[in-house]
Design a protein. Sequence first.
Length: 254
Amino acid sequence: MKKRFIPATVALLVLLSMTAVAATSGRYDGQIQQAVSQKLQKDKQFKSVTSSVEDGIVTLTGTVNLYQDKLDAQKKIKKVDHVNGIRNDLTVAGANVPDSKLQAQLAKKIAYDRVGYSDNAFNYVEVNVTDGVVTLTGDVVWDPPLDSAIAIANRMPGVKDVVSEVNVLPTSNFDDSLRARTARAIYRDSVLSKYAIDPVRPIRIVVDNGHVTLYGAVATTMDKDVAGVRASGVFGAFSVENKLVVDNGQARGL
């Protein structure tokens, strides 16, 4: 018979524990509210931001001009003592930019962002915008090019939210060797050498576990075909997929 009372006893203990935690958290609400208000008042980008606190949970409401401002507000409040969590209900109410224009602006800015870096030809980031929400897709060889692309999107006027679906490729000496040899085969070809001096290097060579995919834009169908042939001739590639587009170099990807 005594066993029947165990679940009820456990439930009561859990309830009492939760009540105690809530009471303890709520004890600092006034202190948290004052600290949060002071932090927000220090920066003009948060002049339209308001906050409320309940049981140590801070709720941010109001508007900011940039998506990065929304992220920065949360980071700033997270540093306040005794904050148990943040509900970021801020609205990005900056400039409204047509999706097509915003996509073109971002694609160009991201493309020129890492010109001159040795890994530039081996990363491919594509930009898509729907109702101000930016979605980044593609593949990169390590985190810095992805972090940089996200930072650009976060700070672009008109962006309401940023979603990253970019894949960071696994570390592989075999893939690194294949990337270098494929790049040499493509850029040393007399037909394709002109792309080696292009400031954004439109032929992107993505290698994932020995599988090669070509992205970007080239000026002619012949250039696309030659690039595919050169990549296919590199020893060690398990497969080669040619996704180059012909549009005089105006590609949406990085």
